[in-house]
Design a protein around this ligand. Sequence first.
Ligand code: B12
Length: 489
Amino acid sequence: MARVLLIRPWRHGDAGVAEHDLANQWRNGPYSLLLLAAILRRAGHEARVADLERELVRARGDVAACLAGLRAEVARFAPHLAGVGFFSVHYEQAGSIVAAVREAARATRMPAPLLVAGGIHATVATESCLAPPPRGLGFDCACVGEADVSLARLADGAAPATVPGVAVPGTTGTTGATGTTGTAGTTGAAGAAAPPPAPAERVAHLDDLPRADWALCDHGFYSAPTAARVKFRTTRSLDLIMGRGCGFRCAFCAYGALSRPRYHSADYVLDEIAALAQFTTGVYFLDSTLGTNRRLLEAVCAGMLARGLHKRVEWYANMRSDQVDEELLRLMWAAGCRYLFYGFESGSQRALERMAKRNTVENNVRAAELHNRLRFPYNASVLVNYPGDTEEDLAATRRFLEAARPPSVGVNWYVPLPGSTDYAHLLAAGRIDPHDPAEWRRVGEVNGATFYADADEAAYRARVAELEDYAYRVLPEITNPLWRGAQPA
Ligand code: B12
């Protein structure tokens, strides 16, 4: 039996923030860690979750206090293995966590736990996790791809270099979970070059996985009432997935590097919803789009109605515009779905082609019109600053929003994500410096820092500011009165 501490980094933007307007923020629980902890417990190990996102908010933005809390937890629990799951945007935090865990072990004179990196960044930029500081984070090993099987092997005591899907220092390249060569990371860590690890063993049937154990985190923190999730009213929710992977390969997204598409059964999903209903009144599906497996979606809707779950739980999900029609939307609404999030991305077909979105502006217009007619609330996300975008593309996006008049809009500033095709292209073109540790945060943050569009920067930024003003000030004045009445009591 091993003691395993699974650590979630804090959010960079929460550092130094003493007061939070939590009633207007949307935060998601550490779903992957709750799942991995449940897997480890089922295998006979003792697993805990250190959720530093929540801890930092509780510590009023005091990072030093948050790290002191982590060191105290390491001293108390004396883990054999400490795993950190993170996205690229958390790179710097992961470095501080590694240092804090090692320091706590030194201070208490206990053997240092095996430090394991996991998640999307460890998958697509493995070397940057394994190389010693300052070139990397100095983890002992990294789980590349899905870690449901490999992490349990490590907890069982297997030597990291012998576990499929586990990379150790000296690994020269990254074999992504889908067999692609890693697109990021520094080249060559110290020591002899070792081959990339064999692909991680995957759970063939997702239903074989135990349920993510929400009791291992402060679920009340994540399901607290907030107005940020769904517009016009306060809702509560916790997270769930119907499946893993995505059947699409949008050029800006890194998701494809991690998982291949496969799904839970409707009964598993319904049992999970019923279990979550003990804690909350809403469910947010983490899936990148819920419409790819339509048969499953329809079966879940039918099950919600048959079990009466639609009266206890409402749900929200991401969706593609080419996957909906009136029949499906009516069924979803009847089954308790109350909000859909669409990545419409652009009003320009040329831009959608460049993004490899495999969708059309026409489908986007059709989906928006359908929602407006059915009075089914939705969010329209658009992407600005996309490589190759011109002012005309941006104008087309504005025209699309003016015509569609969605009840809520998100204007997102493009950032290249390690693991995406775009990132590989921009890296090859010398537009990203992977040797600068701060770069991981810059590329992961929607902060408007780096300009990628194919336009005069000042003029383009001015048009984006106008678009934001339209989306966040002008449009709500028109749409709020129209949509407010569409909400359930
Ligand atoms: C749901 C989701 C979110 C949710 C919640 C995430 C969360 N719970 O922490 C929300 C909406 C909050 C979100 C926010 C963001 N996200 Co997001 N998100 C996802 C999504 C679609 C699914 C993640 C998920 O839960 N999958 C289901 C679980 C079961 O899979 P998993 O997390 O991958 O876990 C497996 C392995 O990764 C591994 N693993 C995971 N953790 C650990 C830990 C250890 C120790 C080990 C050993 C292994 C391990 O084992 C797990 C089981 O097999 C992914 C796409 C993807 N598949 O990764 C994008 C994704 C991770 N997000 C991404 C991004 C960029 C962001 C944002 C930075 C966006 C932004 N710019 O604001 C923010 C960051 C928020 C923050 N500061 O923390 C990118 C990351 C790319 C990158 N290279 O870093 C992804 C890949 C999507 C994309 N567009 O490419 N996200």
